[in-house]
Design a binder for this molecule. Structure first.
Ligand SMILES: Cc1ncc(COP(=O)(O)O)c(C=O)c1O
Ligand SMILES: N[C@@H](CCCC[NH3+])C(=O)O
Length: 432
């Protein structure tokens, strides 16, 4: 298992994160447990801020909170001076509860409800990223009724078919997100946005997909967006002030993944946009990015207790853990792969090939297939690394399992960010 951030093996051969051994964490918070390496998240925030900048363009790093969000995380992002993207009333409400500066919030989504739009308007949410024509009409009517003007971007689809899992591609021509830049109506739509009193039209947004490794796909999309801004200027006279280039930067989960070196990539992205703008003679504009996964994934580890092992007649040897697809649906959903280790036997040799199975009533509840580990016994602790993104945020109560607690660890101490769900929590909304 590759170690990230402050992860290390201590002198007893036990995994430590943020200066806390997994034994201490287990004792204090129980398992399963989401452990977030706070120093590493902050370091990554700084890496983005330090490298996605320009002497001629204004820049903004917007954390895509869908990857991992709770009040503690929203506070961290606010402290690091970054902005945040949200896609639901729940994410907006979390930002409000955290006292997040609402002018730094971007609201996305292909089907924002009226109630969500109301919440956004009422709390002075900075920018709404419009998805399609009907939504434009709905929001315009709402704003006119209130006599308000709202900053908006329009999500467009530059048709870049990036190489990733089908479920997380977002920019194909038939994608459910955004309007296509190849649709001739896009110019009339842009003109309408720029002329409406209800909107302060800033520009366009695109996002080509998630867990993408090719620098060229991002650069291609960014340059296509600049070309589109030129087109818009020529055809409508509207000056684009901002381009939000989305997120999607791929991360390491296993040796099969070869992520871009983020600092260098971000510098290339900015310099490519700078040169393109001067080549096409567009005035400087603001560029934004929206990293989610690459901000938090490698900073998260899930800790489980091994309840038992089973050697099957069919030849497969299982390790049973006290969590599974409820705290991490990604293997079942996308065949996602993870690395893991027996966290109290970090220095022991691997002697067995195991399949790590969760406790849900599903044969597909497998967290890791065919992993080489030392002999496991009940009571051992299994760490699964790189689980910071799209695990807690996609967790469920399937089989009425409670969601694990989330802790932030840093400099030898751990603070609870989200409490473990209790049995009482599981029936809280049931009408008795
Ligand atoms: C609009 C938008 N922005 C940002 C992201 C963040 O993507 P990632 O977590 O891959 O960086 C997503 C998710 O794919 C998205 O849909
Ligand atoms: N949930 C997906 C990513 C979706 C990205 C958001 N549009 C994953 O775990 O890989």
């Amino acid at each position: 298992m590759k170690l990230f951030g402050t992860m290390k093996t201590n002198s007893e051969g036990v995994l430590e994160i943020g200066g806390k051994s997994v034994y201490e964490l287990k004792k204090e918070f129980g398992t399963p447990l989401y452990i977030m390496d706070e120093a590493y998240i902050r370091e990554t925030c700084k890496l983005f801020a330090d490298n996605f900048k320009s002497s001629v363009l204004s820049t903004e790093v917007i954390y895509a909170s869908k990857a991992f969000l709770n009040v503690a995380m929203a506070k961290l992002i606010s402290e690091e001076g970054l902005s945040m993207d949200v896609v639901s009333g729940g994410e907006i409400y979390t930002a409000i509860k955290a006292g997040f500066p609402m002018e730094r919030v971007y609201f996305h989504g292909n089907n924002k409800t009226r109630a969500e739009l109301e919440l956004a308007i009422e709390h002075g949410l900075g920018t709404i990223v419009l998805d399609h024509r009907q939504e434009i009409d709905t929001l315009e009517a709402m704003l006119k009724e209130k006599g308000k003007t709202q900053s908006v971007l329009l999500r467009v689809n530059p048709g870049i078919d990036a190489h990733t899992h089908d479920y997380i591609k977002t920019s194909k021509l038939d994608s459910k997100f955004g309007e296509s830049i190849y649709d001739e109506d896009i110019y009339a739509l842009t003109k309408k946005l720029s002329e409406s009193d209800a909107f302060d039209f800033k520009g366009f947004h695109c996002h080509i997909g998630s867990q993408i490794f090719e620098e060229k796909s991002f650069i291609q999309a960014a340059l296509a967006m600049v070309d589109f801004a030129v087109d818009v200027k020529e055809k409508t006279g509207v000056t684009v002030e901002a381009l939000n280039l989305g997120g999607g930067f791929g991360v390491y989960y296993t040796e099969e993944d070869d992520p871009m070196e983020l600092g260098a990539f971000l510098k290339h992205l900015v310099s490519n946009v700078e040169s393109k703008l001067s080549e096409v003679g567009l005035p400087s504009l603001k560029i934004m990015i929206e990293p989610g996964r690459s901000m938090v994934s490698n900073a998260g580890t899930t800790l489980y207790e091994i309840g038992g092992t089973k050697e099957t007649y069919g030849g497969k040897d299982y390790i049973f853990i006290d969590g599974g697809m409820t705290d991490n649906p990604r293997p079942a959903l996308y065949s996602a792969k993870y690395e893991g280790a027996i966290a109290n036997k970090m220095n022991e040799k691997s002697t067995r090939t195991y399949t790590v199975a969760g406790k849900c009533c599903e044969s597909g509840d497998i967290i890791i297939k065919d992993i080489e580990l030392p002999e496991a016994v009940p009571g051992d602790l299994l760490a699964v690394s790189t689980t910071g993104a799209y695990t807690y945020s996609m967790s469920s109560n399937y089989n009425r399992n409670g969601r694990p607690a989330v802790v932030f660890v840093k400099d030898g101490s751990a603070r609870l960010a989200v409490k473990r769900e209790t049995l009482e929590d599981l029936v809280r909304n049931d009408v008795l």
